[in-house]
Design a protein around this ligand. Structure first.
Ligand SMILES: Nc1ncnc2c1ncn2[C@@H]1O[C@H](COP(=O)(O)OP(=O)(O)OP(=O)(O)O)[C@@H](O)[C@H]1O
Length: 261
């Protein structure tokens, strides 16, 4: 598995008279982990939808390895881009292993069964998200965090070169948040993910893009982007940013408006 080059050039997305995303440009180089951060309603999910081809931009272009993502044959797109979306309505009447096996579909001929290679990829994906013990359980009876891990395993089994994830740590306990983000960071694939937790974004992402009211207001390495000034402007909160003495990553401490006592 290698990484794709992603280039979002001047993408604008509207709904009626509203701009959900306005003239957004960003890049992800092969193998980079790129974080999209910003307040609720700032346009993160909408922008991601233009990348994994659910919402067509009104203007601008999404290019993957130089080709227009919106002109690619569907099968080629499915072999290239995998998406893990928020609260997907995935009430599959399937066992967990079958859900993960769906990730292999773009690599197979119609109605072909699983090869031993497919089985190995599925096993590795289940192991990566700590879900081997769930393999035979019905997907629709899992907890929110277990489902999320299985959907991430399905995306890993797809072996994409570009992985797009909307709040992948949603529902996950802290151990699984750290392990999933560690796995994503180490993948050779290029990863674009929306995250709310700025400290996790700072630690695991090579670069961040900050969205505010549908526009990118800052881009760069986390230490350059996550400044008290930007956090005040974009989120309207006071914060202190230090460099963590052990991880070397920026660490954001939010300062409540009023002391508790
Ligand atoms: N189909 C739609 N029609 C109209 N408005 C929409 C539509 N989809 C999203 N919006 C609005 O667009 C804005 C951006 O939404 P989006 O879901 O992209 O934000 P977000 O940054 O992902 O937010 P969150 O952090 O809450 O998940 C919001 O104000 C939302 O209400």
């Amino acid at each position: 598995m290698t990484g794709s080059e992603l280039s979002v050039d001047g993408v604008t997305l509207t709904a009626g008279a509203r701009h959900l995303v306005r003239d957004v440009s960003l890049t992800a180089r092969p193998g980079e982990t790129i974080g999209l951060v910003g307040p609720n309603g700032s346009g993160k999910s909408s922008l991601l939808r233009t990348v994994y081809r659910v919402l067509r931009p009104d203007a601008g272009q999404v290019r993957v390895d130089g080709g227009d993502a919106w002109s690619m044959p569907v099968r080629h797109l499915a072999r290239t881009v995998a998406a893990v979306v928020q609260d997907s309505a995935a009430d599959f009447d399937l066992a967990v292993r079958e859900v993960v096996a769906m990730g292999r579909t773009p690599h197979k001929r119609l109605l072909a069964g699983d090869t031993s290679e497919d089985a190995g990829v599925i096993d590795s994906a289940l192991l990566a998200v700590d879900a081997v013990h769930l393999a035979d359980r019905p997907f629709d009876r899992l907890s929110g965090g277990e489902r999320q891990r299985v959907l991430i395993a399905r995306a890993l089994a797809q072996q994409p070169t570009l992985l797009v994830l909307d709040e992948p740590t949603n529902h996950l306990d802290i151990r699984h948040q750290l392990s999933v983000l560690g796995i994503l960071r180490r993948l050779p694939a290029t990863v674009l993910l929306a995250l709310h937790d700025l400290n996790l974004a700072a630690y695991y992402c090579d670069r961040l893009h900050v969205l505010h009211d549908g526009e990118v207001t800052a881009s760069g390495p986390p230490a350059d982007v996550l400044t008290p000034r930007l956090l005040a402007e974009v989120y309207g909160v006071a914060a202190e940013v230090t460099t963590h003495p052990r991880t070397g990553a920026p660490q954001v401490t939010f300062l409540p408006e009023e002391p508790l006592s």
